[in-house]
Design a protein around this ligand. Structure first.
Ligand SMILES: [Zn+2]
Length: 319
């Protein structure tokens, strides 16, 4: 996956300096230029736009290099992504966030990074030739916005953040109608085995490989979601648990230990599922029983089997 999150400290100052330059330029422009010139802002100058979605204020800053077509598409993409996140969490995860759009060569959304300090900030790189279809197909913006809904955690446990963002992104986009449920299940069945422990694995907290971080984390979320929905007779799952974390003030603006995030999430649904699963997998290379899970959920290639024992749980996840 192209997303990176929680870059080392030394990767931040260069961007921050550039960002301050961008903000400074924008302010200077607004203060000194006659109004008609501001209105005619061309591609060579930064453009700012504010969206309000689900109670959150999204301050978009387009770096120089976005033409009017690309800005219009990017604004629609941002709103659509935010709507999907609001659909899952019940509101936009934070009261205010800055979204920096940086243009790059080529087409497609090329990666995103979310920062919690000194203020909430998401930066995405967007190819200048990105088409409407590519924006519609993009997962990165939703993924980054989901990071905003979870407290920051120690870097060694990044698998939980990336796992949640990876898993919930598909659920949120599936429920919003941006991707078909059958496609989500097919892609998960194909991708999740990449999260299985390999030789030398020492458990999720001690194996920061790409596969274990993104897909090991996503598998943790899927197994927890299935367990929570089963135990609650489908009344509450990971969605309600994570809404409980947000309601308790746990968003990307704060740092919490993993134990606190999981205990808060568990308490919101009156279970101990997440804490139990974490205790079992944090120091252990135990492989996940994926084949049995797909069989129980009724996922078989392009076919979804509604007679499978957990078919109702499968439908509850994406409906
Ligand atoms: Zn991420």
């Amino acid at each position: 996956m192209a997303c990176t999150e929680g870059l080392p400290e030394d990767a931040k100052p260069a961007w921050r300096a550039r960002r301050n330059w961008l903000l400074g330029l924008t302010r200077a422009m607004l203060l000194t230029l006659p109004q008609r010139l501001v209105a005619q802002t061309d591609d060579a100058q930064p453009v700012m736009q504010t969206l309000t979605v689900g109670g959150g204020q999204l301050d978009l800053q387009f770096a120089p290099g976005f033409d009017a077509r690309l800005r219009t598409e990017a604004i629609a993409w941002t709103r659509r992504s935010a709507d999907a996140v609001v659909g899952y969490f019940g509101r936009f995860p934070v009261a205010r966030v800055q979204l920096l759009m940086a243009p790059t060569e080529g087409s497609g959304v090329r990666g995103g990074v979310t920062y919690g300090e000194p203020e909430l900030l998401v930066r995405v790189r967007v190819g200048r030739d990105t088409t409407r279809a590519q924006f519609l197909d993009d997962w990165i913006m939703v993924h980054e916005m989901i990071h905003l809904a979870i407290p920051r955690i120690p870097r060694s446990q990044n698998w939980l953040h990336e796992g949640l963002a990876t898993y919930v992104e598909s659920v949120a986009r599936g429920r919003a109608g941006l991707v078909a449920p059958a496609t989500v299940w097919r892609e998960w069945a194909k991708a999740m085995p990449q999260g299985q422990p390999q030789a030398g694995d020492a458990g999720l907290d001690h194996t920061p490989t790409w596969g274990r971080t993104y897909w090991g984390g996503a598998m943790f979320c899927l197994f927890a979601d299935v367990q929570m929905l089963t135990r609650s007779a489908r009344r509450a799952g990971l969605q309600q648990a994570l809404q409980g974390v947000l309601a308790a003030g746990g968003d990307y603006g704060v740092s919490w230990p993993v134990d606190r995030i999981l205990a808060t999430a568990d308490a919101a649904v009156g279970q101990t599922t997440l804490t139990e699963l974490y205790q079992r997998l944090k120091d252990s290379p135990e492989p996940a029983a994926l084949d049995a899970l797909w069989r129980d959920l009724g996922v078989a290639g392009n076919t979804l089997n509604d007679n499978a024992p957990l078919a109702a749980v499968r439908r509850a996840i994406l409906s």
